[in-house]
Design a protein around this ligand. Structure first.
Ligand code: NAG
Ligand code: NAG
Ligand code: NAG
Ligand code: NAG
Ligand code: NAG
Ligand code: NAG
Ligand code: CA
Ligand code: CA
Length: 376
């Protein structure tokens, strides 16, 4: 009864722990899981690489419930923001005396009532809507990415509509530059947050978003203004490149040299490409070979500097778009639910792993909710 047996016990304990922590999801007991809506909502609708990206619910019905709830939170914040005279104690006019939390409870009870919200029949219903390209009984990564994109775009547009309501003071369906006030958290925020530094609120950004140049932003243009990484508007993409340079351009010559590129941007791009994670480089060391190669590729006119035009090919990697997140999410779901490892999902595989699809709202007593970390 010496050290040896103690060590064996420890080894067994460690192995058991490892086994437990890696046990496949589908073997765990569903009955202890509760579906839970996103519990928090933040007023920052801007998607850049600096902000936390919230992923959208897989099931449009869940997305609807979350949206409804978010709208209520938003209204509340809006009232507090635009009428600061009503502090937390007095309720603003038009506001229900009962807080929205009751509705939220109801929604979660609804989701957790198997009679009302039957996850299996939801998946049976949704499957043919996802399996469309082609409809062959398999959901591929591409189909799932497209599906996620559709859900995300609906969500983004909805938030833009809400923002628009806030800014379009004369209610003509357009936002003019003078109507647009940056939210208070930008005005009061410290200057290190991206908003100020990147000139997010400046007129140039506004003008670049104004596709038809009539001085007003309609819903599409305003949506692009808020989500420049997802735009197809070339003027706006150009602006984004210019901002990117402005932010990294330490010697203020309006272009990026190799050093500025390496220390500011290259790591963003490198981390974005999974396969680029290869070189174990020391961030303080001199510019490494992959960075030199990419720089040379991008530097089309070979003058040793990157201009905004030359940054255009990688702007989508600097600012991940909704498509990027949609694909991440699709890959994650497939990796979790693809039992026969053929890279695509059958309806059976989906039904056998329902909580992969509802994990955004899934909550478990002992397991912390950390699903989002996968995507950042
Ligand atoms: C919501 O977010 C705030 C800060 O953003 C945090 O203090 C609070 O604990 C969060 N609430 C929940 C339920 O996660
Ligand atoms: C859920 O739906 C499936 C398929 O529609 C059905 O077989 C099952 O009995 C339903 N479960 C409940 C609890 O209603
Ligand atoms: C941020 O910068 C602006 C203009 O450069 C300045 O007026 C303001 O005081 C600064 N705010 C803080 C919190 O440093
Ligand atoms: C934006 O466009 C307006 C005309 O629509 C012009 O007056 C203004 O100078 C432009 N601002 C910038 C920063 O380009
Ligand atoms: C907004 O204006 C642009 C440019 O004219 C146009 O392409 C787009 O369809 C308009 N969007 C809406 C919602 O009217
Ligand atoms: C990793 O780096 C080595 C040399 O540094 C290279 O030969 C290899 O192709 C790289 N692998 C990938 C996946 O990039
Ligand atoms: Ca298919
Ligand atoms: Ca499969």
């Amino acid at each position: 009864m010496g050290k040896a047996s103690i060590i064996i016990y420890i080894v067994i304990a460690v192995l058991l722990l490892l086994l437990l922590s890696h046990s496949p999801k589908k073997n765990s007991d569903h009955r202890h899981r509760r579906l839970k809506l996103r519990s928090n909502f933040s007023v920052t609708p801007f998607s850049t690489h600096h902000t936390h990206h919230e992923h959208v619910a897989f099931d449009p019905l869940v997305a609807d419930i979350e949206r409804h709830r978010e709208d209520k939170q938003w209204e509340k914040q809006y009232i507090e923001h635009s009428h600061p005279e009503f502090d937390g104690h007095d309720s603003a006019p038009g506001e229900e005396s009962q807080p929205e939390w009751e509705d939220f409870m109801d929604a979660e009870d609804y989701l957790n009532d198997e009679e009302k919200f039957n996850v299996t029949s939801r998946l049976i219903l949704l499957f043919p809507k996802i399996d469309v390209d082609p409809a062959d009984g398999f959901v591929t990564e591409h189909e799932l990415t497209e599906w996620n994109m559709q859900q995300a775009q609906k969500e983004v547009l909805h938030r833009t509509e809400r923002e628009m309501e806030l800014h379009d003071k004369n209610r003509d369906g357009f936002v003019s530059f003078s109507e647009y006030d940056p939210p208070s958290w930008v005005q009061n925020g410290d200057n290190n947050t991206f908003g100020y530094e990147m000139g997010w609120w400046k007129e140039e950004h506004f003008n670049a978003s104004d596709l038809d140049g009539n001085g007003l932003l309609n819903l599409t243009e305003f949506n692009d203004f808020l989500h420049p990484a997802d735009t197809k508007n070339p003027k706006l993409l150009q602006w984004l490149c210019k901002e990117e340079i402005r932010e990294r351009d330490t010697d203020k010559d309006g272009k990026l040299n190799l050093k500025e590129f390496f220390h500011g941007l290259f790591d963003l791009v490198r981390n974005y490409d999974e396969e680029g994670h290869n070189s174990s480089h020391n961030p303080d060391s001199s510019v490494d070979a992959p960075a030199r190669m990419l720089f040379a590729q991008l530097d089309k006119d070979g003058d040793g500097y990157l201009s905004d035009d030359e940054l255009l090919p990688i702007i989508g990697k600097i600012h991940p778009s909704e498509h990027y997140y949609a694909k991440q999410q699709a890959d994650y779901i497939i990796s979790q639910a693809d039992a026969d490892k053929d890279g695509r999902l059958t309806l059976t595989e989906m039904i056998d792993n329902p909580y992969v699809f509802y994990s955004a709202i899934f909550n478990d007593e002992e397991e912390e909710y950390d699903y989002h970390d996968e995507f950042r």
